[in-house]
Design a protein around this ligand. Structure first.
Ligand code: PMP
Length: 392
């Protein structure tokens, strides 16, 4: 079952009057800061209504470069930046600009759902090494080395990770960097869209900062969606090497022309205005981990290591496989688990199958505290209603 299929199934249940709590969502549940919305309004009224450069307005690219300098200690100028319709379009343009048929992209699993779909749409082949809870959902140098072939075009890294919440240490990134140094054909996409959502006082660790020797083949992907509660505004950006950016700008210019200027003005206001919302959101997401961790610890058959960032909980459910629902159906895999949860527990989650790693399910913590606590109680009751696995 895919991400979309779980959403449709929950919607169908809701239509029958059942109050299903949706923990499948991947969007901050906070409003966009008012000054950001006002900036878009003002820009539209001030006549910022024409196409912009394909790469984005100079003002926004300068602000992005400044943010990379301020927060990531990375030295990029406005010409090294491209703005697109969300981080997703950045990734799509990068793949479209580089992938030839059969080229491979290494996507450590669990991965963000759209990564392999984009690779496949553009004729590439996803290579998805399993990076499970035993390695903290991290790719290790040995697994990376084994996954690289002469056809490898890209390695995707995502930290904090969706759905795992995993954050690499500097030493771990250096280990990966050492492998990559031996394979000059591999480009690196570092998706840092959750960069601000880090728990327990963790500091950001940046691939670009830790492995500067790989700068000529590293694309740093980011955007305003998660940090400023702006998923629907659709503004992402990236910094990268000139030849790659040139090709991405061509893709962007010939496909969508530019991001709508009021949206770019909103992103500019987000990056250059008050930053207090970042801490407010981060604190809320960290606080909400607690009821999830506490409930999971009390449910036999499921397991969760504390996520280090982002707003998801990647809950291992090996202990539920083989158990039997009150209707007599055996839970054969994590897809069966997330099919069962809405029916019996009235909670929607997304199966590990959607992220390339099973058996697990992903719950989002981007939900009001009380709703999340209720949802986790429902998961507990639904699991308690299962009968033990039948002896083989
Ligand atoms: N990367 C990751 C890891 C994500 O989880 C998401 C959103 N779910 C995106 C990129 C897409 O970001 P945007 O909304 O800026 O396109």
């Amino acid at each position: 079952m895919t991400y979309v299929a779980t959403r449709m199934a929950a919607k169908a249940l809701r239509a029958t009057g059942i109050d299903v709590i949706d923990l499948g969502l991947g969007e901050p549940d906070f409003p966009t800061p008012t000054h950001v919305a006002e900036a878009a309004h003002e820009a539209a009224l001030a006549g910022e209504t024409l196409y912009t450069q394909a790469a984005g307005t100079l003002a926004l690219r300068m602000a992005v470069a400044e943010q990379f300098r301020r927060e990531n200690d990375l030295d990029y100028g406005p010409d090294d930046i491209v703005v697109a319709i969300g981080a997703r379009q950045i990734i799509f343009s990068a793949l479209m600009a580089t992938l030839n048929d059969g080229d491979e992209a290494i996507l450590p699993a669990p991965y963000s759902v759209s990564y392999p779909e984009m690779v496949k749409l553009l004729g590439g082949a996803p290579v998805t090494p399993a990076c499970g809870a035993e390695t903290g959902f991290r790719l290790t140098p040995a697994v990376l080395e084994a996954a690289i072939t002469p056809r490898t075009k890209w390695l995707f890294l995502n930290m904090p990770g969706n759905p795992s919440g995993a954050v690499y240490s500097e030493a771990e990134l250096r280990g990966l960097g050492a492998v990559l140094a031996r394979h000059p054909q591999v480009l690196i996409l570092s998706d840092e869209i959750y960069e601000h959502i880090l728990f327990e006082g963790r500091e950001s660790v940046r691939f670009g900062k830790v492995c500067p020797e790989l700068r000529d083949r590293t694309l740093i992907v980011n955007g305003v969606a998660k940090a400023y509660a702006m998923t629907g505004w659709r503004v992402g950006y990236a910094a990268g090497p000139a030849p790659l950016l040139k090709a991405m700008k061509a893709v962007q210019g010939q496909s969508v022309t530019s991001v709508a200027p009021p949206m770019q003005a909103a992103a500019l206001a987000a990056l250059t205005g008050p930053q207090d919302c970042i801490a407010t959101f981060r604190e809320a997401f960290e606080r909400r981990r607690d009821p999830v961790l506490a409930t999971v610890a009390d449910i036999p058959g499921v397991a969760l290591s504390p996520p280090e960032g982002a707003y998801y909980a990647c809950i291992g459910c090996a202990g539920l496989i083989g158990r039997v629902t009150p209707k007599g159906e055996m839970l054969a895999d994590d897809t069966a688990v997330v099919t069962y949860l809405p029916n019996e527990g009235h909670v929607r989650a997304v199966p590990g199958a959607a992220y390339g790693l099973s058996p697990l399910f992903r719950n989002s913590t981007a939900t009001a505290d009380a709703t999340l606590t209720e949802a986790m109680a429902r998961v507990g009751r639904a699991v308690a209603a299962l009968s033990p696995a039948k002896a083989a």
